[in-house]
Design a protein around this ligand. Structure first.
Ligand SMILES: Nc1ncnc2c1ncn2[C@@H]1O[C@H](COP(=O)(O)OP(=O)(O)OP(=O)(O)O)[C@@H](O)[C@H]1O
Ligand SMILES: [Mg+2]
Length: 283
């Protein structure tokens, strides 16, 4: 079921990059963007690993994987902690890893991941670095060109683990007057991590305005205001409300699966985003 890919890059000089899709707010498009971005990279011939770090498991569902028990990223993270020996199972990474598509592997999540914070509460090892160390232990950066992590709509230990493991973060958001605070809260977590000085913090790869409502009079000025208040980071091209997302996701396909014209513009948007992200991560 699981075989390590041979990545496109020269793995000795250029390790795979870890990109996370984050926002404390729910329903802003994190999973939609993660899924399509992963496919955009795969479409370019890159070897992609998707890691579902949301207990809701929506990222896994899009790959047709649901209701897993015991064979999830959660069990692998627990198995990687010496201090939690009593909770270890014989589950191996090869038991959990799913070859989802031609160039895409998936480490799925499940409801068990919602117990992560409590399960690791008592350990002495740095709880913030569990995912980072797991990725290092299995040398996943040498196996893949890109690792795409889908984050949960929370601000707890799972999010801290993702931020500590990622090279860069993309922040999808719906540009309304409530969106700003959520984005600022997560920036605060990044700053807190920087202050802890336990690891480097991820680059801000930019904000992705999603479900941008062009019919609403205030939409453009709201977005301008948000841009100003968020400062210098990249603002990617906005995604409007697109039926193509609903249609494709219902079929568990990315926008790259379709040949018809109505998907071309979304394909272009994701391709442009992969280029911007790669450039940013190389600089
Ligand atoms: N631009 C868009 N046009 C139309 N539908 C969209 C668009 N973006 C997202 N959606 C839809 O909105 C819903 C929420 O999106 P998604 O699951 O990606 O958000 P999320 O941030 O991952 O949510 P959660 O925080 O619950 O994980 C999904 O049904 C998705 O198909
Ligand atoms: Mg999601």
């Amino acid at each position: 079921m699981f075989s390590f890919f041979k990545p496109q890059q020269d793995s000795t000089t250029n390790l795979g990059k870890i990109i996370a899709l984050m926002n404390q707010k729910g329903g802003v498009g994190k999973t939609t963007m993660a899924f399509n971005l992963a496919h955009a990279f795969a479409h370019q011939g890159k070897k992609v690993l998707c890691i579902d770090m949301d207990p809701q498991g929506n990222f896994s569902s899009l790959f047709g994987i649901e209701g897993l028990e015991g064979k999830t990223i959660h069990q692998l993270l627990i198995n990687s902690l010496k201090e939690l020996k009593a909770l270890h199972t014989g589950t191996l990474i090869s038991d959990v890893m799913i070859k989802a598509e031609e160039n895409i592997d998936l480490l799925p999540s499940g409801q068990d991941l919602s117990g992560f914070e409590l399960t690791v509460a008592g350990i002495n090892a740095p709880r913030q670095l569990i995912l980072k160390k797991f990725i290092e232990k299995y040398q996943l950066r040498t196996q893949y060109d890109v690792i795409v992590i889908d984050g949960p709509p929370t601000l707890g230990l799972l999010v801290v683990n993702i931020l500590c493991a990622a090279d860069g973060v993309l922040y999808p958001f719906v540009p309304d007057r409530f969106s700003e605070q959520g984005l600022k809260n997560i920036q605060q977590v990044v700053e807190d991590i920087a202050e802890m000085e336990i690891t480097s913090t991820p680059k801000n790869l930019g904000y992705i305005p999603n479900l941008f409502d062009t019919r609403r009079k205030q939409a453009t000025s709201d977005l301008e205001k948000i841009k100003d208040s968020l400062g210098v980071a990249t603002m990617h091209e906005a995604f409007t409300n697109k039926v193509q997302f609903g249609k494709s996701l219902a079929q568990r396909k990315s926008v790259f699966h379709y040949k018809s014209m109505e998907y071309k513009d979304l394909q272009r948007q994701f391709t442009v985003m992969t280029e911007a992200v790669q450039k940013e991560l190389q600089s």
